[in-house]
Ligand binder design. Sequence first.
Ligand SMILES: Nc1ncnc2c1ncn2[C@@H]1O[C@H](COP(=O)(O)OP(=O)(O)OP(=O)(O)O)[C@@H](O)[C@H]1O
Ligand SMILES: [Mg+2]
Length: 464
Amino acid sequence: MPWRNSLPFRISLVFLLTTLLIESVLFMLLYHTLLGERVVEEIDRLESRAESHANVLAMSFDTETISHVAAMESETDTKVAIVAPDHRLIDTSNRFPAVLSTFIRDASDQSAFDQTVVLETDWENKPYLAVRTPIESMDETTRYGYVYMFLPTEIIHGISHRLQLRFLYITAIALIVTALTFILLSRLISNPIQQLRRATENVLTRPGELTLPTSRVDEIGELARSIESMSLELAHLKKERNQFLSDLAHEIKTPLTYLQGYAEIASKPQTPVALKEQSIQTILEESQALTELVENAFQLAQLDENTFTLHKDDILVSQLGDDLTRVLASMFRVTPILFDSRLSMLSDVSLRIDHNRIIQVFRALGHNAIEHSGAAHVTLDGALMKDTITFTLRDDGKGIPEEDLPYIFERLYRVEKSRSRRTGGSGLGLAIAQQIIELHEGSLDVASDRSGTTFTITLPLLTK
Ligand SMILES: Nc1ncnc2c1ncn2[C@@H]1O[C@H](COP(=O)(O)OP(=O)(O)OP(=O)(O)O)[C@@H](O)[C@H]1O
Ligand SMILES: [Mg+2]
């Protein structure tokens, strides 16, 4: 991943931009108020100095006082010029620049002449700030001339430069802090995420070798923990799948061996006719069982892949009850088991189900009662709840041992492991039944003891 797209870089960038934005706003504010105030202050001072010179000169407007004033200003940064009423230069401070003489000439016809005026405030572009004040006698009748005072804007430029320099320092500091933040964030966020990413590459191949920062208390720790449990789950699923495949292969191999054996017997010319017929009968039965097994396995595969399609329709509970009673009764009719249905009282609420699949589930349960329970009686019961309906199929057979009970819904699980194929199925019936019921958002549960087994199916009702 290019570093420009990394999370720490983006966060650092946001951090830098925010810092710079705040800094610039502060700087602009500071720069303008500080410098603005300074300029106003300098101009005030310039005005009052000009006025005090004008007062002194008003009292004695002679060469000595004039040169004294000029000499006084020669010691400072400011420049002074004393001019006659016709704006002719009388005297100036030392090193009086030529630009100022020009300035005075240009200002000779500018603004009011009977009071102190500020002639130049543009400190940014002009070399000097300028004020002018008239020299007048006490009674304001005689005008002796004017005092011009100039302050070089260099001083203010100096302040501005220093401020700008400071701004650059702060920017540099912000950049350094950003770089440090970047490094810190990389350590704190990026590295563990990279580590997580590398670790997750092993999730499927070597789940046992995961090294995740699961002990961290932050979000990364949380992520690590959920990746860890996900990988354990995956490993478990993978193991289960492999187990199922090898069990299935085994299940298929046994009948195939029979088929081959009996086919060989049947094909030998010296085999007596009776044995031949028996062999062919066995071949038929085995191949039927095999077909059933493969069909069941295929159904389970579809259920796993979610490609198992249900064709759900609305059906009345009473209708379903009648169908179940009919189907189960006809299954038990050919057995010595007495079947009893107590579903008649079911009302006319509806269900949305795949009718055939639900019948298939009950068939599987009925089949189990016939094949495995050894019961004398089987009872089908039903109870309506507020928004569910519960069916129970109870037999009074030998029950399922407690230690096997938790596993009977697992694939290929049979209580009597050594049971021959012809006396029972392959152990897929309940696994399929449970998945079908779950696809209907219902539940399939079992309870069993020595007095018999009860399967309970709960399905959601259609809410009106
Ligand atoms: N009513 C019952 N009474 C006693 N044991 C039962 C009953 N129902 C199920 N079992 C036990 O549970 C096991 C699993 O049942 P399941 O229907 O999944 O498989 P199966 O009947 O052996 O084979 P299949 O249904 O695939 O033909 C059975 O092998 C049987 O040992
Ligand atoms: Mg079964």
